[in-house]
Write a protein that binds this ligand. Structure first.
Ligand code: GRF
Length: 202
């Protein structure tokens, strides 16, 4: 069974749907630890409700990003984590972290990458005037939201959309594709070749 570690910073709705997918048997895995850089993240409360171990690690106690990441990695290693899931985690990972878990870190981004990487992707999409946006699950590499793409879902942008209304509709799709991508990983069906991810048929 896939041993999952989740990194969070905020409200944790993606964490919530991943927990539910596990409970419903839609992901063959378990979450052994949820780590946050923010002590007030609502995601921590969600995890505790399901008796999932949580840890808050204070960035300010470390000199460099790498030192901070080493502390996180120590916790992940202690739990023998096989897949690191970023679920609204707001820090950029050091290349040390990425090398340690190469092709074993997933992220979800609220836009159709490579469009609108970085922060506030939904408002970037609204302001640019695209007619279609969406969400992307990808493996994490050294760039910003640039790793191999696993799954994407398109969402129409309406004329009267605000950042909030678009974000809400995109979030619904995030909640579908993130658990799916994790289950594909768990089943060993994600084959990475260069920057492409191929999904093995059963
Ligand atoms: C989501 O929009 C996700 O795409 C982005 O951060 C947000 C996290 O939301 N990476 P939540 O904490 O899972 O509710």
């Amino acid at each position: 069974m896939l041993n999952i570690g989740v990194l969070v910073s905020g409200r944790g709705t993606n964490l919530q749907v991943i927990i539910e997918a596990i409970e419903e048997g839609k992901i063959e895995g378990r979450i052994s630890i949820v780590i946050s850089d923010n002590p007030d993240a609502y995601a921590l409360k969600r995890a505790k409700r399901y008796n999932i171990e949580t840890q808050y690690i204070n960035f300010k106690e470390f000199k460099t990003r790498e030192d901070y990441d080493k502390k996180i990695i120590k916790s992940l290693k202690e739990k023998e984590i096989e897949l690191v899931v970023l679920a609204g985690y707001m820090r950029i990972l050091s290349s040390y972290f990425i090398r340690t878990y190469r092709n074993k870190i997933m992220n979800i981004h609220p836009a159709l990458l490579p469009s609108f990487p970085g922060l506030e992707a939904q408002s970037q999409a609204v302001n640019y005037g695209v007619k279609i946006s969406g969400c992307t699950v990808h493996f994490v590499d050294e760039g910003i939201d640039s790793g191999p793409i696993i799954l994407q879902k398109a969402v129409e942008v309406k004329d009267d959309d605000t950042e909030e209304s678009l974000a809400e509709r995109i979030l619904k799709e995030e909640h579908k594709i993130y658990p799916q991508a994790i289950q594909l990983f768990s089943q060993g069906r994600l084959i990475i070749k260069g920057r492409k991810v191929f999904i093995k048929k059963r």
